[in-house]
Design a protein around this ligand. Sequence first.
Ligand code: UDX
Length: 444
Amino acid sequence: MHKRICIFGAGYIGLTTAACLAELGHEVTCVDINSERVESLLAGHVPIHEPLLTELVVGNIGRGRLHFTTDARSAIEYVELVFVCVPTPQAHDGSADLRAVFDVIDVIADHIARGAIVVTKSTVPAGTGHALLCRLLHYGRNDVGVVSNPEFLREGSAVADFMQPDRIVIGADVGAWVKPVASLFESIDAPVIVTDVVTAELSKHASNAFLATKLTFANSLAHLCETVGGDASALFAVLGADPRIGDRFLRPGPGWGGSCLPKDTRALAHFARSVAAPLVQLECTIESNDAHFDHVVARLSEHFGGSLRFVRIAALGLAFKSGTDDIRESPSIEVIARLVRHGATVTVHDPLARPVGDALNGAHFSEVLDDAIAAADVLLVLTEWPEYAELDPHTIRTVSAARLVYDTRGIIDAHGWCDAGFTVLQVGRPALDFGDRTAHSTAA
Ligand code: UDX
């Protein structure tokens, strides 16, 4: 049965949820306070880079099933389900800033239909659902439900993750509130886990905390391999073949980042400490991630006799991972800031992402990859874009003085680069030196 739905927030989660629910046949109105964003969406311009999203937005506007407005009051008339997909950024103390979530309740409380259900998709700490119910009661609304339905979508595959999720989580403290939400996803083939609100809220933070912890473990082992002469890719093939461990999220890198993992790990760590049940392991994970950014810079510096002053570095990649133009909490930004602090001259390139504000901390940005490379002493791969994996070391030798490449994502053919005359630093492996390689080939 198709439903009328209102979604607050036209950001990553809100827009994907709105477009996908409309695609499933529901009548969706998406509300955002940013009138420019609403205007642009009404004209079919999707402000974020996400495969399939534009097609879904344009198609469903055309079918009359997807609407955008700034007028919250008219949008929630006769609506059974109100999704809250507004941002919950990190506050100064590491906790989640929930003001936008409560603002939605304040706006809708007097107008929401009797029996309607507020569904939170925004990532919120445990207990927020209860606090929202209390806020509704404060407005005399004891006839409105609150359900938690966390979203696990990844940037770059958000639509696919919504349509083919690993699981759908519905957290409700009143049995009757489950069915209206579950019925939205009837046509999606995925296990539905029904639980209480607190557990559903915890599940999102816990998932991201677990992923971050797995990555930090992988990055720490990669560091160990670099030090003692092991090969992290073979090591992770061994670990990943054990189904209890699994082979996903074991790809080492410069450290993890993005719009969710950093803020969600800090929010959970802060929350757990505030209720006297600290997650010490998670706190170490967060601290270790910073140490991994430092490690990238230290390893490079070591190759220049301990100083990066005036070393010209082409930093390849600004986005926090490939396939997105999002630079929020990007590991690249962390590494670039450290390089600049160490006196290096850094030129940054990205095929899609562009710097915003003072994200580059004084580094330069070049839209032309060849220009960034031509002026460099070192190529430093920070994001796993296929463009960088396909770079031809023989051509680069003819256009650049650089003879050192540092691949923090493990995407280049290290031996190929070494044979072409480069010294190769690669995550999870000891350095591969041009001299060593020729000696090795001659001996063989
Ligand atoms: C993440 C979660 O995966 C998703 O479930 C949640 O809803 C939001 O946060 P996203 O932020 O899109 O999604 O990025 P993700 O693909 O998880 O990558 C996060 C970071 O880990 C990136 O910096 C990425 O480069 C890094 N990463 C990921 C690795 O270094 N190695 C890996 O093997 C996987």
